[in-house]
Design a protein around this ligand. Sequence first.
Ligand SMILES: Cc1cc2nc3c(=O)[nH]c(=O)nc-3n(C[C@H](O)[C@H](O)[C@H](O)COP(=O)(O)OP(=O)(O)OC[C@H]3O[C@@H](n4cnc5c(N)ncnc54)[C@H](O)[C@@H]3O)c2cc1C
Length: 462
Amino acid sequence: MSAGIDALKSALPEGAWTQDPDLIDPHLREWRDKYFGQTPIMLTPRSTDEVAAAVKICAEHKLPIMPQGGNTGLVGGNTPQGEVLISLKKMTAIRDINPTANAITVEAGATLQSVLDAADAADRKFPLTLSSQGSCTIGGVLSTNAGGNHVLKYGTTKELVFGVEAVLADGSIFNGLTSLRKDNTGYDLSRLFLGAEGTLGVITAATLKLFPKPKYVQRALIGLDSAAVAVSLLEPFRAGGRLAMFELMPSIGYRAVVDNFEAVRDPFSDKHPWYLLCDWEVDSEEDGLSIAENVIGHALENNTVKDAVIAMNETQAAELLSIREHMSAGQKFLGGSVKHDITVPIDKIPEFFIRADAAVQKVIPGCRPVGFGHFGDGNIHYNIAQPEGADKEQFLANWDALSQPVFDIVDTLGGSISAEHGIGIMKRDDLAQRASPVKMKLLRMIKTALDPDGIMNPRVMV
Ligand SMILES: Cc1cc2nc3c(=O)[nH]c(=O)nc-3n(C[C@H](O)[C@H](O)[C@H](O)COP(=O)(O)OP(=O)(O)OC[C@H]3O[C@@H](n4cnc5c(N)ncnc54)[C@H](O)[C@@H]3O)c2cc1C
């Protein structure tokens, strides 16, 4: 290994690598403090050519590589355990923006926020929003096929990409950057890298799809008695194709936010068992109010909905969104939490909650499920907080014992054990056990074809 590390140090310019523990340390721990890592060297290339040069040396010396973006991934695929860490954080350029083609080409280390801002400045929308958007990068969101709050209308990241530029496991550069909407010249190679979690190559840039900016976004927060009510609201709320967000929050998670963050305010005077946050993208403020008042008014009249707040201006809209944005952080106030990112057919969500809540109570009586998230996509972050007063570490030792019954229920409902966070290290064994043998064979064949020596993020996914 040391010959390979020396070769990297002499091939790359000063400033493009470091072995300083203080500089590397933040890259070895992740957001949930679940994984801690180590690396012999962190590379911070500034160009695709530098990435290619580094990967070529790693290939020659058979050094394993882990690419890293904003380090906000939630399945452990971003924490190295001895791999050479390639941080894309210095490759942040917006290479091109073409409003006519509705396309933007950006380097992999650009944060999602910087792309949202660049699109906005060009009077366009890039429709991917995550609470981590200030830190997560384009390389990361592509590699995890991130979802977020607008999948309901625009799809996951995979649907927002024209093509990618990537450094392959032998150091060669694949240039799939294009803004062509039609190109049927063989396999869709760019797509291979989407959701691949760095196991097939290092994404260095991408051309992304832009959309017309909605003229007005109408937001509302609604108090509900049950998740079943949310299912019944989906159809009337999405009539006309303008519904862009449909996010569910349970009382326990909602209270953890509004009771603990000074900057977040509960707009309701009463408490509700569930809350639903909705956006409609419309042509004018009048249209927004009319849609919200109409569908919510109808639900209030027939007693489906208990209470609602319709945002009357941008400040109120931002206040409502901030409750949802604090949902992950808020759960830290509940102590240790076992996390799941699952998806089931939307109409099966209420059944999922009933069965999963009962199953986890059998494992740890008194544990507190906090199922929230992208209800409109069938995607629930089914987190389980420790029983009040329990020992955090002891509780977290039950991670697998709590997860297996949850995943069993997901499987019987025809769902997926990873909706948007990926497989990483956390779910690698679960994938191997639960996916069909043919799917596993295909995944491994693709991996071996693109990375025959298994150097690209080798502990992740397959
Ligand atoms: C508060 C919070 C909220 C979140 N909300 C959401 C949400 O709503 N929806 C959602 O989908 N996710 C969400 N996430 C998860 C996370 O933000 C996403 O997975 C994001 O896509 C990760 O991007 P990143 O740049 O931080 O990637 P990293 O964490 O650095 O890496 C993630 C994976 O991608 C690989 N990778 C990174 N860059 C590259 C590259 N250039 N080439 C090849 N492989 C690469 C890594 O090796 C790793 O396997 C959230 C996370 C946090 C902390």
